[in-house]
Design a protein around this ligand. Structure first.
Ligand code: GLU
Length: 309
């Protein structure tokens, strides 16, 4: 059965851009009678601390308020580490990994012309051929390694209904960070497959990393979902939307006197699914959802009204 999902990281309250992506993901799945899941991606946000728990609770409350219903329990990545460990163990056993001692700075300095899917420049594979002696020397110096995938120059082609096709050589991506935490690309691939996700709708800032996820799916014998990367919301000066840009959360909008139907109408309108000023509920957005209608450019958020402090 078609299964979509929204997977927020509980690092900050959801802003209108996040809510818009969630609404589109939900509408894409529901418009085709699909299931919809919510997953809290709390691996790198000090999972378990009080602030993270509070942010996650607020995110879930906002999603519910907007009408984004979900099937099954909300899952949290911090409770699923055994699944990621098992997948990493499979790759290790298959000889597809190696320890990498490089610091971010060393990688930046060594990177040749920017290429590959990493916005920071693809990893130049410096540590791929380290001898055992060199590894021991680095460990003696107190360096803790990250674990990288031996991608071996694999070329991956990904297709997305919104963005098009991307064909790139995938770099030796990180599976486990030097601090022991599982990397995003590995966790997301394991979770999407384990949860039976068949449709991934998310912000197009993640498009460039999608070939890495597809390579991991191939190496772990997991299915590749259908992808739909939707444009981000930008501030008037072209930066990604952030808290500084005025009334950008549901709570901010409510404080300005707007109700949820107005906010949903604004989000849907920005995506081409509503008329200016129209008030809507999420179910109507799902009824109207159709790929050809979707606006393909970023939504530039020009409402400068600040939330009351
Ligand atoms: N947790 C990621 C984020 O909040 C989204 C991951 C995904 O949708 O694959 O940006």
């Amino acid at each position: 059965m078609l299964t979509g999902r929204f997977a927020p990281s509980p690092s900050a309250p959801l802003h209108l851009g996040n809510l818009r992506t969630a609404l589109l993901a939900w509408a894409a799945a529901r418009s085709r009678g699909g299931r919809f899941l919510i997953r809290i991606e709390d691996l790198t946000t000090s999972a378990g601390d009080e602030r993270t728990a509070a942010v996650a609770a607020d995110q879930l409350a906002d999603l519910a308020a907007v009408g984004i219903t979900h099937d099954g329990e909300v899952v949290r990545q911090s409770e699923r580490r055994h699944l990621y460990d098992a997948a990493i163990a499979r790759l290790v056993d298959a000889g597809l990994t190696y320890p990498c001692y490089c610091t971010r700075r060393e990688i930046r300095d060594a990177a040749v012309a920017p290429h590959g899917p990493d916005p920071d420049g693809a990893y130049p594979a410096t540590c791929r051929h380290l001898s055992a002696t060199a590894r021991h020397a680095l460990e003696r110096d107190g360096r803790r390694p990250a674990l990288r995938l031996r991608a071996d120059g694999a070329r991956v082609t990904v297709t997305d209904e919104m963005v098009g096709t991307l064909s790139v050589v995938v770099d030796d991506l990180v599976l486990r960070r030097a601090d022991g935490e599982v990397a995003y690309n590995l966790a997301v691939v394991v979770d999407d497959a384990d949860q039976g996700v068949t449709q991934v709708v998310r912000g197009d800032d993640l498009w460039e990393t999608t070939p890495r996820q597809v390579l991991l799916q191939q190496l772990l014998d997991l299915p590749t979902p259908e992808y739909l990367h939707v444009p981000l919301v930008l501030a008037a000066d072209g930066r990604r939307l952030s808290k500084r840009d005025g009334a950008v959360t549901l709570a901010d909008r409510t404080e300005l006197g707007e109700d949820v139907a107005e906010v949903v109408g604004m989000l849907a309108g920005s995506a081409g699914l509503a008329e200016p000023g129209e008030r809507l509920d999420a179910a109507t957005v799902a009824d109207r959802f159709a790929l050809p209608r979707l606006v393909r450019d970023p939504w530039v958020f020009r409402d400068g009204r600040a939330a009351r402090a």
